[in-house]
Design a protein around this ligand. Sequence first.
Ligand code: ADP
Ligand code: MG
Length: 579
Amino acid sequence: AAAEETHAFQAETRRLLDIVTNSLYTDKEVFVRELVSNASDALEKCRHDFMAKGEDPGELAVAIKVDSDKGTFVIEDNGLGMSKDDLASNLGTIARSGSKAFVDEIAGDAKDDKTAATSTAAANIIGKFGVGFYSAFMVSDKVDVYSCAGDGSAHRWSSAGDGSYTIAPCEVGDGDGQAPARGTRIVLHVKEQDKTLAAAEWAVESVLKKYSAFVGFPVTLNGKRTNSIDALWTKSAGEVSDEDAAAFYRFVGGAIDTPAFRLHFSADAPLTIRSLLFAPSDNPERGFAGRQLEGDQSGLSLYSRRVLIQQNARGLFPQFMRWVRGVVDCEDVPLNISRESLQDSDLIRRLGDIITKRMLKFLGERAKKEPEKYVKWYGKMGVFLKEGICGDQSYMYKDALTPLLRFETSSEAVKSEGDDKPRHAQISLDQYVERMPEGQKDIYYLVAPGGRKQAEISPYLEHLKRKGHEVLYLYAHVDEFVMQHIRSHNGKKLVSVEMAEFDEDSKDAKKDDDTTDDGESLGGEAMEKLCQWFAEEALPGRVTGVKASSRLVGSPALLTGHEPEAMRRYRMMLSMMSD
Ligand code: ADP
Ligand code: MG
């Protein structure tokens, strides 16, 4: 056609297409999920726009038709369509940050070495996370996109997934080569070898059941409905099976794991809320994830009376809660709220605050009811809780977060039923305080980034062990800051064993002669001389004083009252970074 224009793909897009089409590929079927999810997004946008204007969008749906004789897979939606410019920018460039990250990752891995092994790895990643629209090229020789935008203009975008695509005006109608009156029709010309997968009804049906059971619009395949459009978040916990909940979590959270915990939370005051929230079992920021959040995005989809307001709602959650996945439906959020005002709306912040507090309370409940499972979860996700204690909003959530922390301690390992070897229990600060012996005033902790072995040989422990005082073992540098932010718990100060001072330190050592084990301790005068020698000759200017003490058992000397090791390292790191 005369009005047809040819454009080159953006370089990154070309690279992505190259990987997608040339991978030795096992999970090609995910293209269905990607195209359905795009159709669903377009429908959500359409519903939102209509309802914000107080108008009725009519019936919104996704229709898929496959024809194994012709070898086509056609998906159509009556959502918000694309103009010529939209087609060029949405399908010609990689807009999605996840896809960008993907390309970078693969580029880093693959370099120029295009071995089979590398492309298999790439393929597995695509299978898990999806690369959006371009996944259509995994099974297609050619892809045609017919779309009618809000202004009534209709265009065909077409590409064979090589270096370029074409755009041309087209007619509106139901036939081949025409765009729907509203929305988008995508036609895949399926590769010969993929026909049994992408152009066969039974195969596509099973993929839809697997990935798209929770799409909030009717999805039909050759005229037959394939999904129920239950809004799981409006139901109570008992009405939702674990399998459905897990599938829903993967659907809304773009996740691949099974959630560790789920919370159905609803309220009618001060805000009307229906929500379904999940705690992932794996840290969503570890490893490669296609859907990394940016800035103030949350892992929650915000709805108002089942109308999607915003995916990954911005400004809703404090940063440290970004691992939570799920849906929050709040009737008090007006539909016509703009993206910008949404972000710094007081209402949204209040909503986020209510949900944050409820979620933290819920974790505390889980910790009591399923302590082992909780500790395991904490091992992976505890970093976020610590971040909350040290972060910007620490003053708001510190008290809710502190009881959720778990620590190993100096107590002996115990073998409980079902264990094959003794284990060191992880306890909360509450538990620590409960079992403090009489006479112990403070909560003691020791930061040992080298792990338990390093902690156990610390000379700072000798004295406390002898007194029967338990010591918390912390294994990350950041823990020092966590402790400094918490400061005290249940009226007990948190004290680093490196800083702790004891009565024994100031007692005159010679009066305590009987506590030394070799009987050859120095007399008062000799001891004074030795201390003087340390202070003036051996360590001049490096210590503020040297005292005899009866505190140590096996070690000859130790430093006290100094800045803790972790603190020192951290400051060193900061000064190195600022250089
Ligand atoms: P993502 O969905 O993460 O944005 P995709 O690669 O899946 O990335 O899609 C790219 C873009 O193309 C979408 O953001 C959207 O703007 C547009 N798009 C794709 N499919 C449709 C559709 N069926 N209707 C309207 N727009 C679409
Ligand atoms: Mg998409």
